[in-house]
Write a protein that binds this ligand. Sequence first.
Ligand code: GDP
Ligand code: MG
Length: 324
Amino acid sequence: MEHRHKVFPIQVIVPHTSNPNSFRLNESGLHSVLGHSAIANKKVVIVSVAGATRKGKSFLLNFFLEYLYALQNSQQNDIQLEWLDEAVQLQGFHWRSGAKRDTVGIWLWGEPIMIEAANGEKYAIVLMDCQGITLENAQSSNQCSSIFALSTLLSCIQCYNIVDVIQEDSLQNLSLFVEYGRLFLNEAQQFGKPFQNLVFMVRDHKSPEEFPFGAEGGEAYFEQVLENCPDSLEELKVVKDNLRECFEQIFCYLLPHPGQKVADRNSFKGYVKDIRPMFREEVKKMISSLLNPHAIKPKIVNGKEVTCKKMIEYIRECARLFYK
Ligand code: GDP
Ligand code: MG
C-alpha cells in the first residue's frame, strides 16, 4: 500500500527481547519524533488513545491524523478547512482484524503536526497509540496497567476507548490505572488536578433515542452511569470522586456503529466512502471539538507548559520510574 503520509508510527515503549513482559524506552525513536532543533521550544500536546484491545483505537487515530494534516494545510495556505473526502483511504496507524493483538507498547506518530492555536502560538501535536488492555492473567494485566498509567502521565488528552456501554468494571479498572499513574507524580504535581483531559469514547452506541450521539448525549449518558450505580457499589462512588479529582475535564462522546463494511474486517481497506456516513459525521464533530485551535492546550507538568525538549526529558524520567 502506498503511504500518502510518508511518515510512520514509531514504537517508543518497546518490550524487552529477553523479557517481553517488561518494557524499555526507544531513545532514538523518541528523539526522531521530538528531538528536532526547530521544534525544541514549541509546546507539546500529546493525544493518547487507550482501552480494550481490538476495539478500533488505531483505526480511529487515523481520523485524528486526517484532521490534523488538513487543519495544518488550511492554516498554512489560508484556505477553508475541509477533510475526510469520500475518496480518501485512511492510513497511518496500523489497524487489523483477527485475534492476535496488534499494537504492543506505546507508539507515537513519527512527527509532531504543527498547529497554530487560537492564541497565535504554534503547538506540536503528537498522537499516541497504546497497547490494548487485556486482563487475562496477572502478568498481562500488570503490563497493561503500566502502559495505561504511563500514557496517562504523558498525555494531555487521554482517550479511553470503550465499546457499547460503560461497564462498572471498566470504570474500576480505569480508576486503578489512574491511581497507579498518580503514584509516580512528585509532590509538586499533587496540588490541583494532576491530569488534564479524560475522554470516554463509546463505540457502537446502541440507544441514540435515549442518549443522542455526540458530546451532549455522552455527557448525559456518563452522568447516568455514575448516578445510577446501585448503592451496594460503594467503590463506584470512590471511582467517580477519584476521576473527578484526577482530571481537569472529563468528556464522553457516543459514536454510532461504523457500518458493516468496517466491521466485516476482511474486505475493508480503509476507504472513507465505505464508512457509514453517520459515523463519519460524528467522528468529525468529536475530533474538531477536541482539537480545534481554540480547544488545544499544551501538556502541563509541575504546573508548567511543556516544550518538545522538556517532553523528551519527562518521557525518559517516567519510563525510568516504570521500567527500571
Ligand atoms: P485496536 O486493537 O483497538 O487498535 O483496534 P483496530 O483499530 O486495530 O481495529 C480492530 C477492528 O475493528 C478493525 O478491523 C476495524 O475495521 C474494526 N473497527 C474499527 N472501528 C470500529 C467501530 O467503531 N466499531 C466496530 N464494530 N468495529 C470497528
Ligand atoms: Mg491498535
